[in-house]
Design a binder for this molecule. Sequence first.
Ligand SMILES: NCc1[nH]cc(CCC(=O)O)c1CC(=O)O
Length: 307
Amino acid sequence: MKIRIGTRSSKLALWQAYYIQDLLKAAEVESELVLIETKGDQILDRSLAKIGSKGVFTQELEDQLRVGAIDIAVHSAKDLQSSLPADLSIIAFTERERVNDVLVSHDKSLSLTGSREFVVGTSSTRRVAMLKHFCPHITTVDMRGNLQTRLRKLEEGQCDALLLAYAGVHRMEYDDLIAEYLPTQDFTPAVGQGSVAIEAAATLPIDKLNTVRQLTNHAPTEACLKAERAFLRRLEGGCSIPVFGLATLQDDELTLTGGVVSLDGNELLREEFSGPMKDAEQIGHDLAESILAKGGDEILRAVRQNL
Ligand SMILES: NCc1[nH]cc(CCC(=O)O)c1CC(=O)O
């Protein structure tokens, strides 16, 4: 058996693809990487929210899954839209990395907890809105491009710091530049942050599916991501709306905290729901219903009009 692994060719995407390849190799399962360019890789001069986030980093990979040119597609779970077409599914979620966002800078004395004013580069609507909410003294500048591009912009002085997912910073070995780990209680990460998701078409032969799943899936992470993704799905969101969600497990009890923040940062709704791990998707759905009923629907309507 040989597994063809489809991946984008950014350094982070390649790290993820090699990570999957290594998990397969440990069980002597052969694989090869197939590099695929997506719209998100080509268009670098417009914000993701404006391109329309739906499938911007995934569409071309999904096309190749459908025609059977690749067996699996590897994604950051965070970048995968919350509802997939009926003929595609996620067959595994890898064990999650630390989920925090981190402040990245050459100036290690920078912190978001004080009142010091500085400029933070980010292209995420969630991070911009959260900074407005928790740190109104901070100025943000839009910063597209892969991690290497953003770091170059930091070097050039276009901003004083970047706000990024720890997972990506660590995987690219930029830990030395971490000035601060943001607490997840306030800066709750994006749904799926820190896990690698494997997508496959319904036509993937069952022996390949079982092999890949058995060697790469992490059951506790899967339960958490199912809850988070059900939450996001009910809000009809992808990674470009200012929604956050994080599930954790204690024994078999799953706790999901999540919410939404208005683009101006003025309103932030957050709630926490718990229940047995087997009800992960129900918990996510129920949390979303509650957030919508408490004013989340209004916030999201305004967000969609503004993007
Ligand atoms: N939206 C881009 C993206 N997709 C996944 C990661 C980091 C790795 C991860 O969270 O799995 C990043 C960069 C970032 O948000 O800093």
